[in-house]
Structures are given as C-alpha cells and as structure tokens.
Design a binder for this molecule. Structure first.
Ligand code: NAD
Length: 700
C-alpha cells in the first residue's frame, strides 16, 4: 500500500506490516518511511474494528537500521525547530501505534539498532530471530546522539533508570538476542521461520494488550527520584558518569542521563518532550557531526579492501613476542594455518600460549580448532608453502634483513612479504629481499585482537598488486586498513610521537604532572599522556632519537628522558617504574619525585593551552603528512587517528578537528600562531593549511 511498508491482511484479520525500502539495502527512518508510517497508522485506526492485531517485520536482512545518518549529519542549529518537530511527529506516530487498542508485535528478523529498536519498543511484544549475528541496541551514543524517537523514555519505563542507562543507553552496547532477552528488552527468541507464527499466537492470546506503563498504577522498576531511597543514590549518577568519561567533552552521555532522570519524574507525554529537546541539542551541535563524519570516514576506509579473491591459507609469523603471538592468534582465528617461528621452539610455544590464554576466556569460539592451526617452530624449513609472511622480530634492521633472507626462498615463490615494524622505513627493509615489489608494511596495533586498525605501508618498490593483496589480508582479518606511503614512523607513530612529545615537553618546562595528565584526559584522550608514555617505555623515544642521528632536533624533553632512565632508573611500566609507580605490577600513583625534580612552582600554562598543545601538535603533524604524501586521504587520517592512536573520538578525527575548530580553518590558524608565539615554532601553520584556508576549503 505504500512504497516502504507492505500491508498484508490474512484470514485471521492480523495485518502484517513488512518494511522494505525499495531505495536502500536497509530500512532507515528517512522521510519516505515516516510519511508511509503515517499513512499506515491512519489506515490501522480507520480499520481497527475489523483487525485483530498487527505484526511489524522487515523484508531486509536486518530488521531496521535506524536513523538516517546522511540527513542527521548535516543539520545545523538554525534547523533546531524542524528537528524537534520531526522527532515529536515520529513519536506521536509510534504512540498511536501502541495505543491502537489492538496487540502489536514486532517480529524482529534481523538486527534492530537505534530507530529499529525504538520501533520495536513501541510494539507490545518483541520476538527476535535466534541468530547470533542479530544485534539489538542503541548505538546512538557512539555517534554523539541519543535515541530521540522514544528510546530513552521507553527503556527507562521498562527497565528502570539504572538498568536502562547501564545496559543499553550510556555505552551503546549491541546485545545478542539471548542477552537482550536477559536484559528484558525483548520477550522471545525463536527460529527465524517461526517468528510470524509466534507473533500471531501471542496476538491470539493477548487480544487486549497494552504497554505495561499504560496500566494504571504502573511503577518504574527500581524507583524514581520522587522516592527517598532512590533520590539518595541519585548524586552518584553524574559522579559515576564523570569518572567513566574522565572529564572528556562528550555531550551525549550527559544528555541521555538528564533525559532519563528528568523523564522518569513526569508523565509519558512530557517525558517525550524532554527527550526531544535533549535530542535536538545533540543533533544540531558540532560533536555529533564530527562523530557521524568519522563513522562515514570509517566506512570509506573499510571499503578500500583489496580485490584479490583468493584468501591467504598459510602464514609464517616471524617472531613470537608480544606482537607476533597476537598476530598469530588473529590469523588463526580468521582461518589461516599459522607457522609461528621464533629462535627456539620453546619461545614459539610460549607465543602460542598467548592464543590459548585468550581462547580460554572465549568459550563461544571453537578454541581447539583455532589453536590446532598454530604450529610453533624454530626451523625455517617448516615455512615451506606459506603464501604470506608477517615479520615481528625486534625493531632492528639487520635482524629483520636476516630473518627475511632466511625464509624468502623457502616460502611460496609469490608469497606476500610483510613487516610489522612501527618505525623503520619499509623501503630500507625491502632492500634485504630479492622480490622488493612483494614487500609491504603491515603495521598492527597492540593489543592486536582488540585494535581494529592496520596501517598498510607502501614502500618505494611495492607493487600495486602487492598493496591490493595486503588489503586482502586486512579484510580477511576483519580489520580496517589505512594506506600510507613510506616515511619514518609512517603516519600513526609519527603523529602519536608529537602527542607524547608535547606531554614530555610540558613536564620538562616544569608543569605539574597531575595537571598534564588531567589536560590529556579532559581533552578526550583515552589514556593520559604520561601513563601512555610509560606503556610505550621511555627508551622508545631515545631509540628513535639515536636512529635519527644528526638529523634530530634536540628538545628539552631529551634530557628529561635521559634523567628518568639513567639517573632514576625509571624506564616505564615494563621496567617496573616510570612516571608512575607500579607496586605489584599495577599502575598506582604518579611518582612523587616528579614534583621534586621537574616541577617549577612559577610555571603557569593555562589548562586549555595544555590541551590544545597536544591536540594541535597532532593535527599540524597530520597536515604535514598529507602535504608530504605520506597520507593520501583525509579519511585515512581521521580513521587512523581515532582507531589507531587514540585521538579523541569527539573530534571526528585529527583533520576534522581542524575543520570544526571555532572559526574553521582561519580560527585554527590564528590559534596555531598564538601557540607558536608562546611555545615554539613547531606550532606555525604549515603551507598546505594556509593554502586551504585562503581558498576557503576544508579537509574533506
Ligand atoms: P618482542 O620483543 O616482544 O618480540 C620479538 C620476538 O622476536 C622475540 O620473541 C624474539 O625472540 C623474536 N626473535 C628475535 N630474533 C628472531 C629470529 N631470528 N627469528 C625469529 N624470531 C626472532 O617485540 P614486539 O613488541 O612483539 O615487537 C615486534 C615488532 O613489532 C617490532 O618491529 C616492533 O616495532 C613492532 N611493533 C610493536 C608494537 C608494540 O606495541 N609493541 C606495535 C606495533 C609494531
């Protein structure tokens, strides 16, 4: 009857509404759907007396994908009234559906995320396909938004404030059907081909169904702020949230919390209004735009996936240390046979144990099968037939040359040769092999099984075919690639080095260490800068400095690092002591010696300068990477910075940070010059930035 919603009425007088947007591969809350929903609701109301119930389902692989991000990403503050009105309009349609006076059941055949779950929540009963690929949840918060079509209001009323916040709203969890059932978000999990029968059976048994919260006397589970016992706990909510966000400037969790708590104290219609206002504030703000953009950039990067059809079957992982062991695990998990080679079989066995440990914690994976794919060895002859080599031995060019020389004639004659080096030029390493065209950088991030990014590095001699095959490896491992050209530190190591470098410089200038740590956390970095430096170890910047030789520009941070290592014996976490203390191996407080030896009481760097020195240092270095051709796309910079090196997600990525800075590119340039005048020439805006600003362009 409409373009996006099919109307089928059976002999049982149940109307089955099948959502099937002809214009897209998934159903979304776009204008066409909302208009069709209104037509359908009008007709349901008109024909209500002849109908026994309604089933809502979908003809797509997923049930419903949620909001129309294309549209939401482009809404400015001047459209606030329209956004609010359309959010309220959609809510009124869903409210009319749930107060139709007939039972309405959602037959959730596939994932119901965001708007999809909101639609399902407006039904009286939810039956979900028993398929572990199905995801139920509200990912809005990860895009800087909140579910603005009744999602906050209904989950709070169904689950209670605390449960709704913790299990679905604040962290954007995607729940598998069994978990959604356990959480009380859905009512039944059933085989996909039984969904319709189950829905109809429920309708037959519940002809007078209404929502629980529409029954007189209904109480929100767990209580509301109107009750003394609940009110006494209320101050803990914002405190917990602040702790979790570590002071980072994410507005969505704050608005979700406010909408949930305020909405629980009023009637349903007022709660919808409150939710609508908080939603509008987020949609029209800058941070949601940044985060939605990052989502699209991610898709763009993920689409650069290599065209080779033959998956890799047998990989030689050279080096079974921290990285090699973890790379072996992800390769085995992706179905490859893995030869894990170290200098002794014992060392290689230890590397395999890493996989055993991870798998022991994941009973839902076929652990034994995965483990059986990993063969530890010390003998290069065992690598015969490998079509892929991933090297992860110590960061030493001579050693890397040696291990490639040892294996290159043993593995398959066209095997792809990859190095996981984080700092050495790929072209330099390629010098050590005869097939330089097949040599490519494949830079993983630690912990490899959790970090989604792989930086693929093209050396001077790397062929397009090899690059394509390397992207194929990343696709096979289900990770996201960025492609960069060869240069010392590539993109990620080079840019993160400017972040840690700025933290170290501030410490060397005499800024109090706790302030530096707070500045980085409150800027939105996932780890405080000195804590991160401890993880990376202080010997790393020293090694890099030595590798540069005469080309290194000395900084006051050099002496600070030397003193920390040589005078105080504090090289970082792995050495048992660094900027922090590690009693029993666990990070505790900042080392009090920092105050005594480095802090200078008269030094006063404004807090916002501390934050922006770190953010600007990374953004400016990224512009240089783009200008030098190390980066070839803005998407790679934004995705790589968020997924690989912890650039704050609220910014939308390291180059989007410049676009969205107050005053756009000219505003960013003015501020760069201010920072340059105060803190050093490294903040002078590079030529590419000036050119773009002059031409009125952005980084897109
Ligand atoms: P690691 O010290 O934990 O492991 C290196 C392993 O290589 C050791 O087990 C060692 O026994 C083995 N090895 C040495 N000589 C060998 C040989 N001839 N044949 C086979 N194995 C040999 O080091 P790691 O942290 O795993 O780093 C390995 C590589 O990965 C380095 O190039 C490093 O720059 C890079 N990388 C590290 C990280 C990280 O976070 N640690 C991240 C990305 C890339």
């Amino acid at each position: 009857m409409t373009d996006t919603i099919r109307w089928d009425r059976g002999d049982d007088a149940v109307v089955v509404l099948t959502i099937d947007d002809p214009a897209r591969s998934a159903n979304t809350m776009n204008a066409a759907f909302v208009a069709d929903l209104e037509t359908v609701v009008d007709r349901l109301e008109a024909e209500k007396d002849t109908i026994t119930g309604v089933v809502v389902t979908s003809a797509k692989k997923t049930f419903f994908a949620g909001g129309d991000l294309d549209r939401l990403g482009g809404i400015g503050p001047d459209q606030a009234a329209d956004v609010y009105a359309s959010s309220m309009h959609l809510k009124s349609l869903l409210r009319r559906l749930e107060t139709l006076g007939r039972p309405v059941v959602a037959a959730v055949n596939g994932s119901a995320l965001g708007g999809g779950l909101e639609l399902a929540l407006a039904c009286h009963h939810r039956v979900v396909a028993d398929d572990p690929r199905v995801e139920i949840g509200f990912p809005e918060v990860t895009l800087g938004l909140l579910p603005g079509a009744g999602g906050v209001v209904r989950t709070v009323r169904l689950l209670g404030i605390a449960q709704a916040l913790l299990t679905v709203l604040l962290r954007g969890q995607r729940l598998r059907p069994a978990k959604a059932l356990e959480a009380g978000l859905v009512h039944q999990v059933a085989p996909r081909d039984e969904l319709l029968d189950r829905a109809k059976a429920w309708i037959a048994e519940n002809p007078n169904a209404v929502q629980p919260y529409d029954v007189k006397g209904y109480r929100i589970p767990g209580g509301t702020p109107a009750q003394a016992s609940f009110a006494a706990n209320l101050p803990a909510f914002p405190a917990t949230l602040r702790k979790e966000l570590k002071g980072a400037p994410y507005p969505a969790p704050r608005n979700i919390l406010a909408a949930a708590v305020e909405g629980a104290q009023v009637d349903l219609a007022t709660a919808f209004t409150i939710e609508g206002r908080y939603f509008t504030e987020l949609v029209t703000g800058q941070i949601a735009k940044n985060m939605i953009k990052a989502f699209f950039f991610d898709l763009q990067a993920a689409n650069a996936r290599g065209t080779n059809a033959t998956p890799f079957a047998k990989v030689a992982v050279l080096g079974a240390g921290m990285m090699g062991a973890a790379i072996a695990y992800v390769c085995a998990k992706a179905g490859m046979q893995v030869l894990l080679k170290d200098v002794t079989v014992e060392a290689a066995e230890r590397g395999k144990q890493y996989s055993a440990k991870i798998l022991a914690k994941k009973p839902f994976l076929p652990g034994e099968e995965i483990l059986a794919r990993i063969t530890p060895t010390a003998d290069p002859a065992d690598l015969a037939g490998c079509d892929l080599v991933i090297e992860a031995v110590f960061e030493d060019p001579a050693l890397k040359h040696k291990v490639f020389a040892e294996v290159q004639d043993v593995v398959a004659p066209d095997a792809l040769l990859c190095s996981n080096t984080s700092t050495l030029p790929i072209s330099l390493l390629a010098d050590g092999v005869t097939r330089q065209q097949d040599f490519v950088g494949l830079h993983f991030f630690s912990p490899v099984d959790k970090m989604p990014l792989v930086e693929v590095i093209k050396g001077a001699a790397t062929s397009d075919a090899a690059l394509d095959r390397a992207l194929g490896v990343v696709r096979q491992l289900k990770k996201t690639p960025i492609v960069v050209n060869d240069s010392r530190g590539f993109f990620t190591s080079r840019v993160i080095g400017t972040f840690t470098g700025e933290g170290l410089l501030m410490l060397a200038e005499g800024v109090a260490a706790p302030s530096i740590e707070q500045a980085s956390l409150q800027a939105g970095y996932p780890a405080a800068v000195l804590a991160l430096m401890d993880e990376l170890t202080l010997t790393l910047p020293r090694k890099i400095r030595l590798a540069y030789g005469d080309a290194w520009t000395p900084t006051p941070a050099d002496a600070l690092i030397d003193r920390m290592i040589d005078e105080f014996g504090r090289p970082g976490r792995s050495g048992g002591a660094g900027f922090y203390e590690y009693p029993g191996g666990k990070r505790d407080r900042l080392w009090p010696g920092l105050r005594e030896h480095f802090a200078k009481p008269g030094v006063d760097v404004p807090f916002v300068d501390m934050q922006e020195r770190m953010l600007f240092a990374e953004a400016l270095e990224s512009v240089k990477c783009l200008d030098e051709g190390v980066l070839t796309s803005v998407a790679d910079a934004n995705v790589g910075s968020i997924l690989g090196i912890g650039f704050p997600g609220w910014t939308g990525g390291v180059l989007q940070y410049i676009n969205q800075y107050d005053g756009g590119l000219p505003g960013f340039i003015a501020r760069s010059r201010e920072l340059a005048a105060r803190y050093g020439a490294r903040f002078e805006p590079p030529a590419l930035l000036l050119r773009k600003a002059e031409q009125g362009e952005q980084f897109v």
